[in-house]
Ligand binder design. Structure first.
Ligand code: BG6
Length: 481
């Protein structure tokens, strides 16, 4: 059997896409609360104030805030060993600037952790998953401002202390390399430059964006240092969105492009957080892009001292790169690219590539030699709730099965992979489009794209399938997943 005995099988979500209850328990508005709904044909709108007549799906999401006991019980029924979730920063510090944390917010997650433990589930907690108090965007332009580092640390310290016996596995920033893309301005860095309104076409200042990412690197490193001081047993990781590419052709120029893409998109951030310093290729990248960063001497010390304990990744699909013009294009998570003629696509046009996962895991492990956990992988699809309350989702099972087989392959290759938390284990609001109809879950939530519905939970066919996968530690009795 490829999977180790204590492999962390489970699921993953993020506070802003799951919880709802956006104004309850003293929570402040977060940047995610200001995103309207969209579709893959029409982009989300970024509001600076709540606008009459617009719908803000993250405010309601799946209403986990009022359903958490039931939801965690369902995870327990599937046999989850781990659950990756995030804490809503604005639940703990509503404006991000209070001197003391909001007790009602702390109590909420305390209860969540208690339920998880009661169900034998290990929490893996992201400190910031595409969410920060809106006030920090309004007042500081988010991570563009160095002062946000200290505000973040006040928050990190508060939750490290309060949950020091409840949580062992932490992640600092979700998909920190999203900041390598203009899309990351608002969602990942809380930067809303003058004139920004269209989620997919934001006003970009590349220097500010990379400065914001630098501030996140320092904040992440300092959180690692402080977390270890609070509890030396803490395991604190980073999180990189894997957007792997292949060269479309064997033209050596495409090969160089492929290599540069891996460096700029994945290794730039991962090297800083894992090796504790900017990579050798960073100066040239900065020069070519007119980036001139304000890096203080003490920042470099923090980066060196605050290296992460493990690496976590999201993985959904792969793309191709080429210098050739007029090639077919495809969509993707965060980033599209040239279409790969060998791959099928999801309903949202993301190419499905399980072998790419095995390739990626080997690449990452070969480079870093750190334990790896996949904290996001899954298929967003349209599901149909039948009259008898069943949901037949063989397409999801096929997707997951092929990726689990790829994981088994990587484990056999020797990769130290210690867990897998399937993304959106319960249906949640999509980050890119705000749709509820783009469903990932094993658990169906009866709500449409506008928050209409009973919010009743239903078990999909994949729910029972995944329960068996976990029960058999990645296999079934006949040895296949
Ligand atoms: C990842 C994010 O990029 O992709 C998640 O970390 C997101 O927050 C997931 O939900 C899937 O993307 P989408 O747009 O289908 O929700």
């Amino acid at each position: 059997m490829a999977f180790p005995k204590n492999f962390l099988w489970g699921g993953a979500t993020a506070a802003n896409q799951l919880e709802g209850g956006y104004a309850e328990g003293g929570k402040g508005l977060s940047i995610a609360d200001m995103l309207t709904n969209g579709t893959h044909a029409s982009p989300r709108h970024i509001s600076s104030v709540t606008e009459e007549g617009r719908y803000y799906p993250n405010r309601i999401a799946s209403d986990f805030y009022h359903h958490y006991k039931e939801d965690i019980a369902l995870m327990g029924e599937m046999g989850f060993k781990a659950y990756r979730m995030s804490i809503g920063w604005s639940r703990i510090f509503p404006t991000g600037e209070e001197e003391r944390p909001n007790q009602a917010g702390l109590d909420f997650y305390k209860e969540v952790f208690r339920e998880l433990r009661a169900n034998g589930i290990e929490p893996i907690v992201t400190l910031s998953h595409y969410e920060m108090p809106l006030n920090l965007t309004n007042k500081y332009n988010g991570w563009a401002d160095r002062r946000v580092i200290d505000l973040f640390l006040r928050y990190a310290r508060a939750v490290f202390e309060y949950y020091k016996d409840d949580v062992k596995y932490w992640l600092t920033f979700n998909e920190i390399n999203c900041g390598c893309l203009p899309l990351g301005n608002y969602m990942s860095l809380g930067i809303r430059n003058e004139g920004t309104a269209n989620f997919l076409d934001q006003v970009d200042d590349v220097n500010l964006r990379y400065q914001g990412m630098h501030h996140q690197f320092v904040a992440s490193a300092r959180a690692v240092i402080e977390g270890h001081a609070v509890n030396p047993e803490f395991r604190i990781g980073n999180m990189i969105a894997m957007m792997p590419v292949y060269p479309l052709t064997p033209d050596p120029k495409d090969m160089l492009l492929f290599q540069k893409n891996w460096r700029d998109m994945q290794y730039y951030c991962a090297d800083v957080q894992i090796r504790g310093e900017y990579p050798y290729f960073a100066p040239r990248f900065w020069k070519e892009n007119g980036i001139c960063l304000d890096i203080k001497d003490e920042d470099l010390v923090y980066l060196r001292q605050g290296k992460v304990d493990y690496l976590s990744i999201s993985y959904y699909q792969t793309n191709c790169v080429t210098l050739k013009k007029d090639v077919a294009q495809t969509a993707g998570n965060l980033l599209g690219g040239a279409k790969n003629p060998y791959l099928e696509v999801s309903d949202w046009g993301w190419q499905i590539d399980p072998d790419g996962l095995r390739y990626t895991l080997n690449e990452l492990y070969g480079r870093y030699r750190l334990p790896i956990i996949i904290v996001e992988n899954g298929l967003g699809a349209f599901d149909r709730l039948e009259e008898d309350g069943t949901i037949h989702d063989p397409y999801r099972i096929d997707y997951l099965r092929s990726h689990i087989k790829a994981m088994a392959g990587a484990l056999e290759d020797g990769v130290d992979l210690f867990g897998y938390t399937m993304w959106g284990c319960i249906d949640i609001t999509s980050a890119s489009t705000g749709e509820m109809g783009k469903r990932y879950g094993f658990i169906y939530v009866d709500s449409d794209d506008f928050g209409n519905g009973t919010f009743k939970r239903y078990r999909k066919d994949s729910f029972f399938w995944y329960r068996d996968v976990i029960r058999n530690n990645g296999g079934t009795e006949d040895g296949t997943v």
